[in-house]
Design a protein. Structure first.
Length: 387
């Protein structure tokens, strides 16, 4: 781009996917505007040109900046003096790789929904491209940006739990307990299609969130795993239930359960971590609370923005304790941290170190290695498999 960047403006954002009938695109748009750091100015919002144009009109995107393809958008926006600074990719999984590569090749920073892509080969190509270009790349594992999750992470780093021994993470949902993919449910249709979702169903959709959350909080590396994955609903092509035993490189043990056929559960992401000095527990459906149970003290219920919360947990808090914050604010925290990093690039300044917790390309590669190891283990008869 030829324009001298002026930080005293909103970041110009483009979007691939997220048109009419989509879910996650609207979430990203709300998150981007929550702290008023971005303006959506361009989009390739659908693979169907008529839907793309209608969607752009609804979002007040100028007609000449509504594109029929992400390739056209990358090329034309890169040539504009007022072209986009960054692009959010909110498509089904199979389009993450080509869309991200097109943006990176055009010199455009990327915010990509999870999982990173379809396989480890694509992940490593993307990682190489990010290293080559030096561009920013964020992966929206939004649960890492909840204030009490960041507080939990800091507590582990500060040694309040001692040496980590056990990690228990689960993510049960029930919305795919029947063959909902055979209805007009767009979200279910592509998630049950291996060509669009990749090698994992519940594994790729929510299992990667569970894996990333445990990784983010504990900082531990999985050395090997033993996985049992099933398509419980008859005729389903991808898994809808995943149960995994974990061994960590420090000797800790863990378990991960992800299911989309657990009737009665809505979005039950939950993490428990136990060390030799204490344990913590956090649940996404009650995101403003963190339970801390020290070995030699009274159990504590820690609240978002409340007394005793450290700087990591206070960053991103927008309203006083007792006013719930959650899903949208978690996404917004990622977008705001990304904005801080991007403005530092534009002004040749230095980003606040607290803004550097956003999952990026490395976490994306780790996620794909995890998925592939789980599939290998399951296909081999639930044998222990190294990552």
């Amino acid at each position: 781009m030829t324009e001298t960047k002026n930080p005293a403006r909103r970041i110009r954002l483009g979007m691939v996917g997220g048109g009419q009938g989509a879910f996650i695109g609207a979430v990203h748009r709300i998150a981007a505007r929550l702290d008023d750091r971005y303006e959506l100015v361009a989009g390739a919002l659908s693979s169907k040109p008529d839907i793309a144009r209608a969607s752009a009109a609804e979002l007040f995107i100028a007609p000449d900046r509504s594109y029929d393809s992400f390739a056209d958008m990358a090329k034309q926006e890169a040539a504009r003096a007022d072209g986009i600074d960054a692009c959010a990719i909110v498509t089904p999984n199979h389009l993450h790789f080509p869309a991200a590569m097109a943006m990176l090749d055009a010199g455009i920073h990327v915010i990509c929904d999870k999982p990173l892509c379809l396989n480890i080969e694509e992940a490593e190509l993307l990682a190489a491209k990010v290293r080559e270009t030096g561009l920013l790349f964020a992966l929206t594992h939004n649960y890492t940006a909840y204030p009490m999750v960041r507080e939990a992470r800091q507590m582990v780093r500060d040694g309040k739990l001692g040496d980590i021994r056990l990690v228990q993470v689960e993510y049960p949902q029930g919305w795919m307990a029947t063959r909902v993919e055979d209805t007009d449910n767009k979200q279910a249709h592509w998630r049950a299609d291996p060509a669009k979702a990749g090698m994992g169903g519940a594994l790729g959709d929510i299992g990667t969130h569970a894996h990333n959350l445990a990784d983010f909080v504990t900082g531990l590396e999985i050395s090997e795993l033993c996985a049992d994955i099933d398509a419980i609903v008859p005729g389903r092509k991808l898994d809808d239930n995943v149960q995994i035993l974990l061994r960590y490189d420090n000797g800790a043990r863990g378990m991960l359960w992800a299911s989309q056929v657990a009737i009665g559960h809505e979005n039950g992401l939950r993490l428990r971590v136990y060390g030799d000095k204490g344990g913590i527990e956090w649940a996404q459906e009650h995101p403003n609370h963190l339970h801390f149970r020290p070995l030699d003290g009274r159990p504590e219920l820690m609240t978002r923005g409340g007394a005793g919360i450290g700087s990591a947990g206070l960053r991103g808090v927008r309203v006083p304790p007792g006013h719930p914050e959650g899903y949208l604010e978690g996404f917004a925290n990622l977008y705001t941290d990304f904005a801080d990093q991007l403005i530092a690039r534009i002004t040749n300044g230095k980003a606040d170190p607290a803004s550097m917790l956003i999952p990026g390309i490395n976490e994306g590669v780790k996620g794909m290695k995890f998925v592939e190891a789980v599939v290998r283990s399951a296909k081999s008869g639930a044998v222990w498999t190294k990552i």
